[in-house]
Design a binder for this molecule. Structure first.
Ligand code: RIB
Ligand code: CA
Length: 319
């Protein structure tokens, strides 16, 4: 029985990779895609998600838009510098047109209906700001038993990418992240920058992706802007596929090696806003979040590539 997934996303170049990875993985069934503001504004993340679904030939997957802004304080910073003005490397218009309108139930309504209808608990994979997830937990506390776990990309126990110590998804809505990380009803696995910035692909990996057929060539072209941004900003021939790691962990549970910590998020308006704080004390109180801090990095990067270039029917879990 495939693992049922809901992916909450802000496409976003690495989100596009993550969505296609999930759709190419026979171990999971994507029951819904929901969108949130983030890398680019909500209307664009929603249109981009629809185009990526169309690129995968999966216009049948229900898609609904969620939060247009954070829960409490405005966070006007988007990430066009990394993802392009359209959120997909400037190539969104070249992807297939969306084949369906977004679901009128909206992200939280769609997620709640998918949870109610699922015969078995669902894995939710947030790969953008956690606003929709915090709203789901607040509006439907009775449905937490229908969620198997949350596997989120975000946070950093070390250096940030948006401020000195804050990662973009958590910085975009710290209050939402704090709510999700500190609740005890649903197990949370968090895939932070500490690991994703060690799992860097390069131009050789991108060339192999591009040779994987027309769909892969389009995806590789979309990644181009993001790759150039890494070269310009960091002087690296590299691409961090942050969100794909979270999806791979959801697809093959146990791929990433985790350590449990109680987490809190700084929600003040000072320089530490959006910082993820791990309580490393022995027997620290509070619900633990399983923080992914290690993996077989070459194996992970190889597995992502193989799944993207191999038609779904041929994928085998090799871990
Ligand atoms: O910090 C990386 C995260 O922020 C990724 O999810 C990327 O898509 C952006 O949303
Ligand atoms: Ca994202």
């Amino acid at each position: 029985m495939p693992i049922p997934l809901i992916i909450d996303t802000d496409p976003g170049v690495d989100d596009a990779v993550a969505l296609l990875l999930a759709l190419a993985s026979p171990e999971v069934e994507v029951r819904a895609v929901t969108t949130v503001f983030g890398n680019v504004p909500l209307p664009m993340t929603t249109a981009n998600a629809a185009r990526v679904l169309a690129l995968a030939g999966r216009g049948d997957v229900p898609l609904a838009a969620g939060a247009d802004r954070p829960l409490v304080h405005p966070q006007p910073e988007r990430a066009e510098g990394w993802h392009g003005a359209d959120g997909l490397g400037g190539l969104a218009a070249g992807l297939p047109e969306p084949t369906a309108d977004p679901d009128p139930r909206g992200a939280v309504g769609l997620m709640a209906d998918v949870l109610r209808a699922a015969p078995e608990p669902v894995t939710i994979v947030p790969i953008g700001p956690l606003t929709n997830i915090a709203l789901l937990l607040a509006l439907h506390p009775g449905l937490t038993g229908r969620i198997d776990r949350i596997v989120a990309m975000g946070g950093s126990l070390g250096a940030g990418n948006t401020t000195g110590a804050a990662e973009f998804n958590v910085f975009s809505d710290p209050e939402a992240a704090h709510r999700v990380f500190t609740q005890a009803e649903v197990p949370v696995t968090l895939v932070p920058l500490d690991l994703t910035m060690r799992c860097l692909t390069d131009s050789r990996w991108l060339a192999e992706l591009a040779a994987g057929g027309p769909r892969c060539a389009q995806l590789a072209a979309v990644i181009g802007h993001y790759h150039n941004a890494f070269r310009t900003r960091y002087g690296l021939d590299a691409v961090a596929l942050h969100d794909a790691l979270a999806v791979l962990e959801a697809v093959v549970p146990g791929t990433l090696r985790t350590t449990g910590f109680p987490l809190r998020v700084a929600c003040d308006l000072g320089p530490a806003r959006g910082v993820t704080v791990a309580d490393r004390r022995r027997a620290a109180p509070g619900p633990q979040v399983n923080v992914a801090l290690d993996a077989d990095i070459p194996a992970v990067l190889g597995e992502v590539l193989k799944r993207l270039v191999t038609p779904p029917c041929e994928c085998v879990t090799v871990f």
